[in-house]
Design a protein around this ligand. Structure first.
Ligand code: TMP
Length: 209
């Protein structure tokens, strides 16, 4: 039996980590076999690539290099971690996946969604999430949350127009894939968002298993 591949997407400071922790607790309590992972990252090699991607000492990185590094990190992650876990019937919850590349590199960097899809078809060998939760947040609100939490990384340090393109890009993508991408208003309370996520994920589990 193939497991279930759930991805969580959203702009900076949308509250993904909090919601992923709550979802994990809920699924654990209900005895599902789940694994949590993230992009860029999830394997030793992919985490090493993440360090390069987010390091603000590399502000000169070209957009093409950035897109290819995200795809390379993903290729290793899919092959070494995600596919084997799905083949073992597990529920894989991934903090960001291909949609982040479509929006950050395709829309916000302006490389084009088709180009990014093409590169990533090769990297993922066609693997797609079964369901995607999009936490929809206004760019200013999200960045303010991040600034309060930590020192900003190379991507977070991009100009405000970049972050606006990210937020709008995600909204448009959700409209294009209404069956897969479920948009939730991230300005709601943590508990309300959690309840919406549980309802979406439970529905998916019951139709899939
Ligand atoms: P995180 O802060 O949510 O862990 O994500 C790391 C950063 O990398 C975040 O600013 C979004 C960015 N990113 C991309 O630009 N393209 C991608 O494909 C992924 C997965 C993340």
């Amino acid at each position: 039996m193939r497991g279930l591949f759930i991805t969580i997407e959203g702009a900076e400071g949308s509250g993904k980590s909090t919601q992923i922790d709550l979802l994990k607790t809920y699924l654990d309590k209900n005895k599902y076999e789940i694994v949590l992972t993230r992009e860029p990252g999830g394997t030793n090699i992919s985490e090493a690539i993440r360090n390069i991607l987010l390091d603000k000492q590399y502000m000169e990185m070209s957009d093409t290099t950035e897109a290819l590094l995200y795809a390379a990190s993903r290729a290793q992650h899919v092959e070494q971690f995600i596919k084997p876990a799905l083949e073992q019937g597990k529920i894989v919850i991934c903090d960001r996946f291909l949609d982040s590349s479509l929006i950050y590199q395709g829309c916000a960097r302006g490389l084009g969604i088709e180009t990014i899809e093409e590169i990533n078809k090769y990297a993922t060998k066609g693997l797609e999430p079964d369901i995607t939760i999009l936490l929809d947040i206004e760019p200013k609100q999200g960045l303010k949350r991040k600034e309060d939490q930590k020192e900003l990384d190379r991507i977070e340090l991009q100009k405000s127009e970049f972050h606006e393109k990210v937020c709008n890009g995600f909204k448009e993508l959700a409209k294009k894939h209404p069956h897969r991408i479920k948009k939730i208003d991230a300005s709601k309370s943590i508990e309300d968002i959690h309840n919406e996520i549980i309802s979406i994920v439970s529905d998916k589990i019951s139709t899939q298993h």
